[in-house]
Design a protein around this ligand. Structure first.
Ligand SMILES: [Mn+2]
Length: 473
């Protein structure tokens, strides 16, 4: 039933309890979310923290780890005959709980009493930030107070507002940031299907197709493997719009298609890759020049990542590499490293170099990015470009994350910077005019930090010009 053996979940919960030391840890599973009326639902997706600790992929569950009273309880209800008629039989609650090493189960209605009793005893209650409206209301009902946004101390009576627990967020982020071998194997399965999605697009794309055809074709690959997507696919000839979810353009000879798509495995681990391929038989000479700068940047970063290197350094190196290349094209000038450090290359790459990946495609972003991607107590650099870096900490063995440099020509941003006279010492705005209609390109693959280096997770995706053109046959 669960993705991993029972012992995996037992060990995770024991380790978490040991790290926290005391208190009541409260975990609410996800419920089905309605699309347009109550019984027409989005596909069910369990909460990732619940999956990580309890592995049970069913709606309507909650759980507590009551450290002070040394008990772990799964709360839920048995199916009614109506449920069984409409949605089929399931194991009993006791069987579900036993499969992940929990021996105590109770009806969902008893959760309220259990939490009320803990509040009455002034027991500190830890929970993670709710990101769904119904979960927020559920927690507020259970605690009897409003829940605030910013994390802080555990809730204990008589606080008037409860906030997500900083201590719990850091403890979980530390565990989930370091992937075990069995997690890496599951991520590799997601990536293998992700790579097949990208290869399919490279094989079929041709002038006259629509972006929606590519979206459908890559989704077909995920679904035919029994998988789903780990985020809504981006398939566009306008890659300069970073999150382009339209699928409205007809693909023409001379266009490039940017595909940012990933599969989610049966165990709900994510893959996340981006490819930029020519729609016709080849890249134009100008596209190839810029693409080679991009892929050279990607390649240089993959040689740089190892334990101890900070991802902020990698990000600035990627910017410097891009500046060096754009200098060759006459679009930038001055010292590439200076341009990178000053933030001038954010004009061409306004997003971060990558992010953690695991049960969530941006792993644990629901806890808050700084808990996951930055060292404790460190706030993000708020300058344009730097602020978009989701991962900025020193890399450690077990980290799985994306390497995804991009080069974009965003006319509105170019105009704004030019009008403001920004970084004139580094950017040749006159030469840049000829690239206004270039679009945007990105290459993204997923890497694991090992004891003394790094390795790709899963099968290699075609990334260089030669590899991508070879897919066209
Ligand atoms: Mn990504």
């Amino acid at each position: 039933m669960a993705t991993f053996p029972k012992q995996t979940y037992v060990e995770r919960r024991e380790r978490l309890a040991k790290t926290l030391g005391s208190g009541l840890l409260l975990f609410l599973g996800n419920n089905v979310a309605s699309m347009n009326y109550r019984d027409n639902n989005y596909p069910f997706r369990q909460d990732s923290t619940f999956l990580y600790l309890f592995g049970l992929d069913y709606e309507g569950l909650a759980a507590v780890i009551d450290i002070d009273n040394a008990r772990t309880i799964v709360f839920g209800d048995e199916l009614t005959i109506d449920d069984i008629v409409w949605t089929g039989p399931q194991p009993t609650l006791a069987e579900k709980a036993a499969s992940i090493g929990v021996s105590e189960t109770r009806p969902l209605a008893e959760l309220e009493k259990y939490v009320a009793n803990a509040i009455g005893q002034h027991q500190p209650i830890h929970f993670i930030p709710p990101y769904r409206a119904d979960t927020l209301l559920w927690i507020q009902d259970l605690l009897g107070v409003k829940v605030g946004g910013l994390a802080g101390d555990a809730f204990v009576r008589p606080m008037e507002v409860a906030v997500p627990s900083l201590q719990l967020g850091y403890a979980l982020a530390d565990m989930r940031n370091h992937k075990s071998d069995e997690e890496v194997a599951e991520i590799a399965r997601a990536i293998d299907v992700t790579v097949a999605m990208h290869e399919t697009a490279m094989r079929i794309v041709r002038p006259g197709m629509h972006e929606r055809d590519i979206n459908a074709a890559v989704m077909q690959v995920a679904l035919a493997n029994g998988y789903f997507y780990s985020f809504p696919t981006i398939a566009t000839s306008h890659g300069e719009t970073l999150h382009n979810h339209g699928y409205v353009h007809t693909l023409q000879d001379g266009d490039m298609l940017l595909l940012d798509a990933g599969a989610e495995s049966l165990g709900h681990y994510a893959g996340d890759c981006t490819s930029t391929m020519p729609v016709g038989q080849n890249y134009t000479a100008r596209q190839r020049e810029v693409y080679d700068i991009l892929y050279g940047t990607y390649d240089a970063i993959t040689r740089m990542i190892r334990p101890g290197v900070t991802y902020t350094e990698c990000h600035v190196q990627a910017w410097a590499h891009i500046a060096e290349g754009l200098k060759q094209l006459g679009l930038m000038q001055g010292d590439p490293m200076e341009a990178a450090n000053a933030g001038a290359v954010a004009l061409f790459m306004p997003h971060g170099l990558g992010h953690m990946m695991g049960l969530d495609v941006h792993d644990m972003e629901n806890y808050g990015e700084v808990y996951v991607g930055y060292p404790r107590g460190v706030q993000k650099d708020t300058r344009f470009g730097f602020a978009a870096l989701r991962l900025g900490r020193a890399l450690e063995p077990g980290f799985v994350f994306t390497v995804e440099p991009g080069i974009y020509f965003i006319p509105e941003l170019i105009d704004q910077w030019r009008a403001a006279g920004k970084f004139r010492e580094f950017i040749n705005y006159d030469r840049l005019e000829a690239y206004r209609d270039f679009g945007g390109i990105r290459n993204e693959e997923d890497w694991l930090i090992t004891a003394n280096g790094a390795r790709r997770v899963g099968r290699k995706k075609p990334g260089s010009v030669e590899e991508i053109l070879a897919m066209k046959g």
